[in-house]
Design a protein around this ligand. Structure first.
Ligand code: CO
Length: 137
């Protein structure tokens, strides 16, 4: 069900500041940049070969990302696995009793996405994503 690591999500205080390193110093290409209101983040996706780095800045002090930064500081926030069928996988995982954050897939920067609960994956927040060009419902 999982094809590859789609991206690694990194929590940052300041997206523009973070882009100075990932884009300007490392020379990575920014392939998408967007504010995702329902997740409370300003995000940028940078391409590394067939995978990506996702930089996430909270849009407000109340955003979950802001609380994460307060608790843990900047750094690794989640790993995203690419799948061809995020909805089918979600149903399969529900059937196996896996703890989830999202009961249904939703639109994210990487396509249709959902998050599993970190308790299910030994402390790592895992996102599943089906890029829009592969998604059919
Ligand atoms: Co992500």
């Amino acid at each position: 069900m999982i094809d590859k690591i789609h991206h690694v999500g990194i929590a940052v205080h300041d997206l523009d500041e973070a882009l100075r390193f990932y884009r300007d110093t490392l020379g990575l290409h920014v392939q998408a940049q967007e504010t995702i209101e329902d997740q409370g983040v300003r995000a940028a996706l940078l391409t590394i070969g067939e995978s990506e780095i996702e930089l996430l800045e909270p849009t407000s002090p109340e955003a979950n990302m802001a609380k994460f930064l307060e608790r843990k500081g900047e750094g690794l926030h989640h790993i995203c696995f690419q799948t061809r069928d995020v909805d089918g996988d979600l149903e399969t995982l529900k059937g196996k009793g896996v703890q989830l954050v999202d009961q249904k897939s939703r639109l994210g920067l990487a396509g249709m996405i959902c998050f599993l609960h970190p308790k299910a994956s030994r402390g790592v927040l895992v996102e599943l994503a089906t890029p829009m060009e592969l998604y059919s419902d």
